[in-house]
Design a protein around this ligand. Structure first.
Ligand SMILES: Nc1ccc2ncsc2c1
Length: 243
């Protein structure tokens, strides 16, 4: 999979050289390319922003700069990429969306700054490629770069071959393997630590019993902190969702 990231702060994406994503890049599983948006800015000051029409605080990133950048980046490979744009005004990032993007051959992430990007940039891009705006949640960062790191990691770990053991992803919170619930509490050695014991059932070795225990703990945890997930499962599967 190829992933391009366009930003005015390329150094913000340095963590993509590290750990899981870094190893996958060096193994040839991921082709991650970071581009400095200012490459496509013109003029002495290489300006990438201007005041918003209609007034209002702050500045907006301009269409000509982004248009030139996306033309070149999205035109530099086989086929057409899916453009992902982190923004508080986007649809929520979910494990399901990350999984769908993990099967794409090519993603481009556009990192906005300031008050965002001139709306015509996405309108124009939609004429040539699929475009999705994605939110990390109901809060605002200073720009899209940290969100891009999150999206790249959430997607990359689901790309076949990137995780050492693909079964790990199946038992993630929100994954199919946990029925869309939060994952159960997990334990490892030592068996007793500061007067706290590993639950007996996990030391017994009966896989059916362990699976049931984990399912029950997932249901409890989800009911406690994410009852909305239970409501969605109930709506989708009826009471059978909790068998
Ligand atoms: N461009 C931009 C600005 C703020 C922000 N917060 C979460 S995603 C995002 C993206």
């Amino acid at each position: 999979m190829r992933i391009d990231v366009v930003t005015i702060f390329p150094a913000y994406l340095a963590p993509l050289d590290e750990a899981l994503v870094g190893r996958a890049r060096r193994a040839g599983l991921l082709d991650v390319r970071v581009h400095d948006l200012r490459r496509w800015a013109t003029g002495v000051h290489k300006a990438v922003d201007d005041a918003p029409y209609g007034g209002g605080p702050g500045m907006l990133m301009t269409a000509p700069v982004w248009g030139a950048a996306l033309d070149e980046v999205a035109g530099s490979g086989e086929g057409v990429p899916r453009l992902l744009v982190p923004t508080p005004a986007g649809a929520p990032l979910t494990q399901r969306r990350a999984a769908s993007w993990a099967s794409e051959p090519w993603l481009v992430l556009a990192c906005g700054r300031y008050e965002g990007i001139d709306a015509r940039v996405l309108d124009d891009a939609r004429r040539r490629m699929p475009v999705e705006e994605v939110s990390l949640g109901d809060y605002v960062l200073a720009g899209g770069e940290v969100a891009a790191l999150v999206v790249v990691e959430a997607v990359s770990r689901l790309v076949p071959g990137v995780l050492g053991n693909p079964a790990s992803a199946e038992l993630d919170s929100f994954a199919e393997g946990t029925g869309g619930l939060l994952e159960a509490p997990a334990y490892t050695r030592p068996e007793r630590w500061r007067d706290l014991d590993v639950p007996e059932v996990l030391r017994g070795g009966n896989h059916a019993v362990v699976d049931r225990w984990r399912r029950d703990r997932s249901l409890e945890r989800t009911a406690a902190v994410r009852p909305d997930l239970l409501d969605a499962l109930l709506a989708r599967h009826g009471a059978a969702a909790f068998d």
